[in-house]
Design a protein around this ligand. Sequence first.
Ligand SMILES: Nc1ncnc2c1ncn2[C@@H]1O[C@H](COP(=O)(O)OP(=O)(O)OP(=O)(O)O)[C@@H](O)[C@H]1O
Length: 275
Amino acid sequence: MAARRAGGRAVSAAGAGGAAGAGLEVRGVGKRFGSRRVLEQVSFGVGQGEVVALVGASGSGKSTLLSILTGALQPDVGEIRFDGSPVLPGRRPFAYMPQRDVLLPWRRIVDNAGIGLEVAGIPRGEARERVGRLLEPFGLAGTERMFPRQLSGGMRQRVSFLRAVVQERAMLLLDEPFGALDAITRDELQRWLLDIRRANGWTILLITHDIREAVRLADRVLVLPRTPGPLAGEVLVSREIPRLDGFLTDPRVPVLEERLHGLLVAASTRGGGGP
Ligand SMILES: Nc1ncnc2c1ncn2[C@@H]1O[C@H](COP(=O)(O)OP(=O)(O)OP(=O)(O)O)[C@@H](O)[C@H]1O
């Protein structure tokens, strides 16, 4: 089921802790490294078909949270559920796109994009076939036999994104996918992502430092506090706001950005926390 909507605003299962079939539910997650607390009582949900952005100051634990979702780290407390069931090791419903492209320089593009499939035990020939079908919609036609060094930064990010999408998992986790790109390429890729996602209805959790990017890409934006604690707030982004042409001049955009900025500042100056 897609996130329920009322009056153009997303009404997700997030605040309620989620319901069966609601997609991702993160419940009361806490994590510390030694004596340093990084996450505490973090709870939210991402409904199926929803795009949720998570923003937070540097060091607030965004990447740690994604690592918990991917299974690279275990939470000290809390639970991760998907579609009403606990997420089990080895059977994660997520495909992950890391912050920096981690393409292997010696592998051709087709084999870089298919690496997740190969790791999952799919023969290379079949992986190549599945990647091959997506090259054109990903703007990568003709690159399959090339090596990463022959592509621009924007194209390499598309290969990384393709590598996540081709695994056909229920949900995509994107960690600052456009953070390392120049402003023009970033704008191009945001437009492209909006476009291709509209056709596919992917469920996405996106991490970004960039408030404008969060408002542009997400149905809902969550704010992680700098000092460990529950989420500092969330902002719903109306579907009536145009995300492609007209986004930058829509008067509702700066209002949402201001609200998010306010939440981030409040979250950064709030007392408590610390080790
Ligand atoms: N493996 C680890 N061992 C010890 N401390 C860690 C480890 N991983 C992260 N930390 C610490 O946890 C805190 C949160 O790090 P994390 O990378 O999750 O934050 P972030 O919000 O993603 O930051 P940024 O936006 O700068 O990437 C930081 O203070 C970091 O130094």
